[in-house]
Write a protein that binds this ligand. Structure first.
Ligand SMILES: [Zn+2]
Length: 249
């Protein structure tokens, strides 16, 4: 099972084009939120149309999991909290979005929506409790914000991750969490693209301009993960959790 993880594409069409090109090489493509860019040149409606078309092409090439980030909300729920309603409309075969839990091989993947306030946050907790199920597979969460207090949420000055996610993770103990959101964590001293909290692997590929985007390839057969960016390539052995320090290749 070979997985490609990216996040924070922020309406970079060059990066979406690259994804379309490489997607057939992977069993699973995970886009961990912020597909759109609220400060982008194109208005949000246009971005939604274009990104929905990209997602349609990508699901023709491989299985795709995409969660919403803080840039992806296009409407407010009754509590006045932003939700990515458009993402619900693109759900199709081979394309799982916010709220979905799917079993892929020996993985159980849950796609978590961005929570924008107490109501969407409580919905997320309930959703994860329900999704936990009895499956014996490895449980993977896709959640835009990384857990707080971890190198994958380090801004260079402070941890800016999600404390609620950290609580959920410590309680429900998924095998791994795929995030993004803190664009430069992997590029700062003290930050990283991979870390470990108890028995949970956490990943954040980071965000760079241009193509290809910073990305992580996770191979659960070889039990290794590789991060590629403008900084070069680093690898980590997922079978040796005692040493959660990536090494350059
Ligand atoms: Zn972002």
């Amino acid at each position: 099972m070979k997985i490609l993880l990216v996040s924070d594409i922020h309406y970079s069409l060059k990066q979406f084009d690259w994804l379309v090109q490489v997607a057939p090489n992977f069993d699973l493509l995970v886009i961990a939120g912020d597909l759109l860019d609220v400060a982008g040149h194109a208005d949000l409606d246009t971005q939604i149309v274009v990104v929905s078309q990209y997602l349609e092409r990508l699901r023709g090439a491989t299985r795709v999991l995409a969660c919403s980030g803080n840039h992806d909300g296009d409407m407010k729920n009754d509590a006045g909290e932003y939700v990515a309603d458009w993402l619900q409309d693109v759900r199709e075969e081979n394309l799982s979005v916010d709220g979905d839990t799917v079993d892929v091989g020996n993985l159980r993947a849950t796609v978590c929506p961005w929570w924008d306030g107490p109501v969407t946050r409580e919905n997320l907790s309930a959703m994860l409790d329900e999704a936990r199920g009895e499956g014996s597979g490895r449980w993977l969460w896709i959640h835009h914000a990384p857990p707080d207090g971890s190198p994958v949420s380090w801004t260079g000055k402070q941890f800016a991750g999600d404390a609620h996610l950290l609580e959920l993770l410590e309680r429900l103990k998924p095998f791994c969490v795929f995030s993004g959101h803190i664009h430069h964590s992997p590029f700062h001293d003290g930050g990283s693209w991979v870390s470990r909290i108890d028995d949970t692997w956490t990943f954040n590929p980071g965000c760079e301009m241009g193509a290809p985007p910073a990305h992580i390839v996770i191979d659960f057969d070889a039990m290794e993960a590789t991060w590629r960016s403008s900084m070069g390539e680093e690898k980590i052995d997922l079978a040796a959790p005692g040493d959660a320090t990536p090494r350059p290749t």
